[in-house]
Design a protein around this ligand. Structure first.
Ligand code: SAM
Length: 220
């Protein structure tokens, strides 16, 4: 009943405020037709990513976890002319669907889909031009490594957002043995101990259930 209510309100909010065109709905349709799991961000969450990228004036965006490219399109569309986005995906199958969706969106020249374990891709980016905005949404077990690498890849004043940091409330279970929860709690310890980062996290409910995101400002 509670989930029904969250979904009903999300439907209203999306219909009232969020313009989803055929490119975005088509990207979700192609992902489902190809058998990709329905774990893309919700439309109003995609719009939030878009607005963060725009509000920051970000020119370089890094994404971990491409899936079918739905969140990628939302962020890619927020970039100014000359902007670029690197997105990391371990599954060649997911990356192929994403590339097709990005081509339909006219973003093939803007978005670089890197296939492989995100840790390796990120290590290869060290020493390059820093990023203004990073969205971490891949395998949660690697969140500590993703955070550590992302901090080094983000310019001072840049922002890192980490998705799924609440996990239906399980994040608060000290004794949890769920590897995703254990890793995300470890990431939180690293964040708290990192002097170059100021952070918060917020719980969310909606069509995708009960979860939340962390928002990190890189200060130095
Ligand atoms: N950001 C996408 C969106 O909102 O449309 C959803 C991403 S989905 C939650 C997570 C993705 O991370 C999956 O496509 C999965 O294959 C990918 N993934 C899992 N482990 C990975 C790894 N080690 N490196 C890179 N990507 C990985």
């Amino acid at each position: 009943v509670v989930q029904q209510e969250w979904s009903r309100v999300d439907e209203y909010l999306v219909s009232a405020l969020v313009e989803q065109d055929e490119v975005l709905t088509g990207a979700l349709e192609r992902a489902r037709a190809a058998g990709l799991p329905p774990i893309d961000v919700a439309p109003n969450q995609g719009a939030l990513l878009h607005l963060w990228v725009r509000a920051l004036g970000a020119r370089r965006v890094l994404e971990l976890g491409t899936l079918g490219g739905y969140s990628t399109i939302w962020m890619g569309r927020a970039l100014p002319a000359g902007g670029s986005l690197v997105t990391c995906e371990v599954s060649a199958e997911h990356a192929a669907v994403a590339r097709e969706n990005l081509a339909v969106a006219g973003l093939s020249e803007v978005v670089d889909v890197r296939v492989g374990p995100a840790v390796e891709t990120l290590e290869g980016l060290v020493g390059g031009e820093p990023f203004d905005f990073v969205f971490i949404d891949a395998d949660k077990e690697n969140n500590p490594s993703y955070f550590r690498l992302a901090v080094g890849l983000t310019r001072p004043g840049g922002v890192i957002v980490v998705d799924n940091v609440v996990r239906g409330g399980a994040i608060a279970d000290e004794g949890s043995v769920n590897p995703q929860v254990v890793a995300t709690r470890e990431m939180n310890r690293l964040i708290a101990a990192e002097p170059r980062v100021v952070a918060t996290a917020v719980q969310t409910v909606g069509s995708k259930g009960y979860d939340g995101f962390a928002f990190l400002l890189v200060t130095g």
